[in-house]
Ligand binder design. Structure first.
Ligand code: M6P
Ligand code: ZN
Length: 187
């Protein structure tokens, strides 16, 4: 007998869920984001167990495999630390030339893109926006809205993460809530 050539899918994705074999779930709580926000006094007064974002990621091949792709779904909650909106930690890739796609599914926000010269620009995110993140570019998402910001991501399985420059120096711009509107400020 021939083996069955029609397989059941290995993963399932819709706007709110990513499930399947090898799908990892990570929660980022405020206490894990120490040093990321500008106003440390405001940070210390907040509940460190507060959920800032959740990431579901599917690794169909082992981390580090050249030529493969990973897929992610992130839920970034609304909130502020002082006057700075909740955001992802942000990273360069360990293999610096690797790019990535982000796309916005729900909510509104800004994608911060910082090059190696520390020049930061931002792209608006709202449902349907598609964002190409070139290599050598740090990327961070900021939730400027009042609902959960959901975005998808797809990146090379050998890209890896380099958080060190972000932990050390941050991005060169912050997104602050000023008069109820997002403003990109220099730090
Ligand atoms: C996206 C992808 C993931 C990343 C996540 C959160 O889903 O880029 O690789 O882990 O966002 O971003 P960060 O790792 O910067 O906290
Ligand atoms: Zn990335």
């Amino acid at each position: 007998m021939k083996p069955d050539l029609i397989h059941f899918p290995r993963a399932f994705f819709n706007s709110a869920h990513l499930n399947g074999e090898n799908v990892l779930h990570e929660s980022k709580r405020l206490s894990e984001l120490a040093g990321i926000f500008g106003d440390n006094m405001a940070f210390l007064q907040m509940d460190g167990s507060r959920l800032v974002y959740e990431v579901y990621s599917w690794a169909p091949v082992p981390q580090g495999t050249e030529g493969g792709l990973f897929f992610g779904l992130t839920h970034l909650f609304p909130g502020v630390v002082g006057d700075e909106y909740f955001m992802t930690k942000g990273h360069f890739h360990a293999i610096e030339n690797r790019g990535e796609y982000y796309w916005c599914i729900q909510g509104e926000g800004l994608l911060l893109l910082m090059d190696k010269q520390r020049e930061t620009r931002a792209e608006r995110m709202f449902p349907g926006t598609l964002h190409y993140i070139p290599g050598f570019t740090a990327h961070r998402v900021v939730n400027t809205g009042s609902r959960v910001l959901r975005f998808g991501a797809c990146w090379p399985s050998d890209a890896g993460y380099n958080y060190d420059p972000i932990v050390a120096d941050g991005f060169s711009r912050r997104v602050k809530k000023i008069g109820n509107l997002p403003v990109l400020t220099s730090v």
